[in-house]
Design a protein around this ligand. Structure first.
Ligand SMILES: Nc1ncnc2c1ncn2[C@@H]1O[C@H](COP(=O)(O)OP(=O)(O)OP(=O)(O)O)[C@@H](O)[C@H]1O
Ligand SMILES: [Mg+2]
Length: 442
């Protein structure tokens, strides 16, 4: 039976969970005592189901409401104090965010049934999301740099050895890691991402390698680690440079022996999981500075892959901008039809220190802010290329803007002149006249 993972927020710790719910066979439970801690755990690893064991008897709903909005893809079950059900704000929070609630004293059998049911739903939903993610695993772009990246990914995907991905922030490291997994024979197995920099230092050892019951205070039962949960698939260790030294040694042992030792255990467990690691810092430098184990670096660096920064593949900008424009089309005003040629030129001039992530943010913001049909450099918060290159005459700018608007409308209308004319707010005859004026053939 596959182990299901549950995160439980209980202000009174793991003992309260055991006391109220009894044993939860088949569940691997991570208990945290605050929403902040829960947020940290969830930022580093995905869970499908969460249990809010003791919703308070008083206080406001604000913090919990925000937390549940952030983690709305999970299924949440709550155990509210009965007094809360008298309060309208808490009632609507329960209705909005929880898939079920129980009141104390708990009917353990019913709780176990609800948890299983919630897990089943969440898994179905996440499978749907994963199919969408698979298309995200497509690395877009036709530039030579991206062609090299794709070729490297294809080559390393079929091998079982570790991969070390290096690239600037926001350049697409996680996307590349996902692509390696998706093209590998392990594609049907789990892809378990974990951000080594986001996990609290005290938790990382037991999160990665698991622990035995009683290994430390709060370890109420045995717990499998993330590496075990990636069995048959791939574990993606993001920001590996942040891994504490102790965990570096254990990871090295795993890479050499293919076995792990849970915290507090004496027996090794064999695990078949492929490791992909990523870092935005230069790990070789970290080795030289004594912050990263040299032997681990060489073990990981069997297949190094470098994701090129966006400024080295500016040929891809128009395509990527267009891709994100359509990906986030639901957020834009209906009048926004595309990018002006000025905006495209401004993008070419910008260096994109935040890489693709910066481009996505820039495009999304512009789509919301644009007043006109075409996004301008100002909407993108980029300097207009004209300012740098000398201002064109107003008449020239008008002509160019008119031509841009016509081209974009025609493209959006699938070259249907009647529809394009309607979008532009002119008659068909006027549009034909403008097509002739600008020498545009349909
Ligand atoms: N070539 C690409 N085609 C399409 N989308 C891309 C491409 N490269 C990156 N992205 C998108 O850009 C965003 C950032 O990519 P990703 O998270 O993989 O970068 P990262 O290098 O891991 O970033 P960070 O350093 O912040 O962790 C994601 O939404 C990703 O889908
Ligand atoms: Mg990343």
């Amino acid at each position: 039976m596959a182990i299901k993972r549950l995160i439980c927020v209980s202000t009174r710790g793991g003992a309260a969970l055991h006391q109220q719910c009894g044993p939860l066979p088949g569940w691997d439970v991570c208990t945290v005592s605050t929403l902040r801690e829960a947020g940290e755990v969830l930022a580093a690893q995905p869970y499908l189901v969460g249990l809010l064991l003791d919703l308070p008897g008083a206080g406001t709903t604000g913090e919990l409401d925000q937390f549940l909005r952030r983690h709305c893809r999970m299924q949440w079950i709550g155990v509210p104090a009965p007094a809360l059900l008298q309060d309208a704000a808490w009632r609507s929070l329960i209705l909005d965010h929880l898939c079920d609630f129980h009141t104390p004293p708990l009917d353990r059998e019913r709780l176990r049934h609800t948890l299983g049911h919630a897990h089943g739903w969440a898994e179905l939903r996440s499978r749907g999301a994963r199919t969408a993610d698979d298309s995200i695993a497509t690395i877009h772009g036709q530039s030579p740099a991206i062609a090299v990246l794709r070729a490297q990914i294809r080559k390393v995907a079929s091998v079982n050895a570790p991969v070390l991905i290096w690239g600037e922030s926001g350049s697409g490291k996680e996307l590349a890691a996902h692509a390696v997994h998706a093209h590998s024979p392990r594609a049907k197995g789990p892809f378990v991402p974990i951000n080594c920099g986001a996990l609290p230092a005290g938790l990382i050892q037991s999160e990665l390698f698991g622990h035995e019951r009683g290994a430390f205070t709060g370890a109420a039962r045995d717990k499998a680690g993330l590496i075990e949960s990636a069995a048959g698939g791939t574990i993606f260790l993001d920001e590996i440079g942040d891994l504490p030294k102790e965990s570096q040694s254990n990871l090295l042992r795993f890479l050499q022996e293919r076995t792990i030792l849970r915290v507090g255990a004496t027996r090794e467990i064999a695990v078949d999981a492929r490791v992909i690691a990523a870092s935005h810092i230069n790990l070789k430098q970290a080795v030289a500075q004594g912050n990263f184990r040299e032997d681990l670096y060489y073990r990981l660096n069997v297949f190094p892959i470098e994701v090129p920064p966006l400024r080295e593949r500016k040929d891809d900008l128009p395509h990527l901008a267009d891709l994100f424009f359509h990906q986030y089309a639901a957020d834009k005003g209906a009048h926004v039809k595309g990018f002006s040629s000025h905006a495209l030129r401004a993008m070419q001039r910008h260096d994109w220190p935040g890489n693709v992530r910066e481009l996505i943010n820039c495009v999304r913001r512009a789509m919301v802010l644009a007043d006109g049909a075409l996004i301008t450099p100002a909407d993108l918060n980029l300097p207009s290329p004209d300012i740098a290159a000398g201002v064109d005459g107003l008449a020239d700018s008008r002509v160019r803007a008119e031509r841009d608007a016509i081209c974009v409308s025609l493209a959006n209308a699938g070259k249907n002149v009647s529809r394009a004319a309607r979008d532009l707010g002119v008659s068909r005859m006027t549009l034909y006249r403008l097509l002739a004026k600008h020498n545009i053939t349909v």
